[in-house]
Structures are given as C-alpha cells and as structure tokens.
Design a protein around this ligand. Structure first.
Ligand code: AMP
Length: 190
C-alpha cells in the first residue's frame, strides 16, 4: 500500500494514519511532524521552516521535497508507506510522481478526508485546548491562513489525482471508527 492521505488541517489525517500504521505496520511520514521535530531540535531545516509554519503558511517546496525523498529512499518505505500532509502543492505532487518513477514505484491510492471548515476550526481549537505543548499555528489567525493555503494551493490536487484515477473521497466528519472502516475498505488489497 502506497497511500497519500489528503485533507484540510484538522481533517483527521494523523489519527487515521496512526491506525493504519498500527494495523498494517507501514512507514508513516507526516511532513508537519518532521518539520516540528526539526524545529524542536534547532536544525538548519527547522530554522528555515519555523517562520512559515508559525504564521500558517506553507514551507517552500524544496524544503519539504527534500524530507520526503530522504524518507522514501529508506528501506522501510519499500514495503509501503503513508504520506500525511504531503503533497500540498502541484509542484510537490509532480516531484513525487517523478521521484517514485525513479524508484520504480507508484502511488496506489489517494484518500481525501472531507470535513467542512466550521467543524475543522472547532476541532483545531479543541486540539489546542487539550494539548500541553500547544502548536504555534493553532491560533485563530494562523488557522485561517492555513485554510487559505489549503484552498488555494492544495485543493487543486484533488483534480490532479482524480485525473490519475487514484482519488477516493471519504466523509471525514463521521466518527473516527467509521472513517477508519471506510478508509480500510478503500485501501486494503492495494
Ligand atoms: P500539518 O501538521 O500537516 O498540519 O503541517 C503543519 C505545517 O507544516 C503546515 O501549516 C506547513 O507550514 C508545514 N507543512 C507541512 N507539510 C507541508 C508541505 N507538504 N508543504 C509545505 N508546508 C508543509
């Protein structure tokens, strides 16, 4: 299974990815998690990314593409992977396609978790209230910026993957269990 989990901020990509990892033992790469780790560790990558992330903007393509290529080259990726939060722009999607071709691999499915914006803001603010660490980009201004980035730069990828007959849409506003069972039905056998 070589899967892209696609969806707006707060749509449940991370939660669903964790469940798939638990059940199927796939490699899970969240570019958001990787960038947050780089920031915590104070690496050069983290320094490059921090300003963009704090205001809810997308980090430049070249930075995230580098992270993904490194991860996909690892032996762990050869048995299958889940990309969560990547690609988020058309250049990223094109670069991913090219790179996978070089590795003689392709994506088996892209699942879009569909949740309306009102519900998403509620979820993200709920996550902020519960979290001990807190994410700088979970404040309301940054959230709005993240939605804008999603609508303008990421949403066009739905058509990109529809054109490649890879897209499955799932109603992500349902209970976590229900979303997971529909997700599994969409990807098992891939
Ligand atoms: P996430 O945890 O997926 O919501 O990502 C948090 C933040 O990390 C985003 O708002 C972006 O600033 C940055 N980020 C994560 N993935 C990408 C990506 N594929 N392209 C650009 N920026 C990204």
């Amino acid at each position: 299974m070589r899967l892209v989990l696609f969806g707006a901020p707060g749509a449940g990509k991370g939660t669903q990815a964790e469940r798939l990892v638990k059940e199927f033992g796939l490699m899970h790469l969240s570019t958001g998690d990787a960038l947050r780790k780089a920031i915590r560790e104070g690496t050069e990558l983290g320094l490059k990314a921090q300003g963009f992330m704090d205001r809810g903007d997308l980090v430049p393509d070249a930075v995230v593409i580098g992270i993904v290529k490194e991860a996909l080259k690892a032996p762990a990726a050869q048995d299958g992977f889940i990309l969560d939060g990547f690609p988020r722009t058309t250049p990223q999607a094109l670069e991913l396609e090219k790179f996978l071709k070089e590795l003689r691999l392709d994506l088996t499915r892209v699942v879009s978790l569909q949740v309306n914006e009102e519900e998403l803001v509620k979820r993200i603010l709920g996550r902020k209230a519960q979290s001990k660490e807190g994410r700088a980009d979970d404040d309301e201004n940054a959230i709005r910026f993240r939605f804008k980035a999603f609508a303008e730069q990421t949403l066009p990828l739905k058509k990109f993957y529809q054109d490649r007959h890879l897209l499955t849409e799932i109603n992500g506003a349902q209970a976590v269990e229900q979303v997971y069972s529909e997700l599994k039905a969409a990807v098992v056998g891939d």
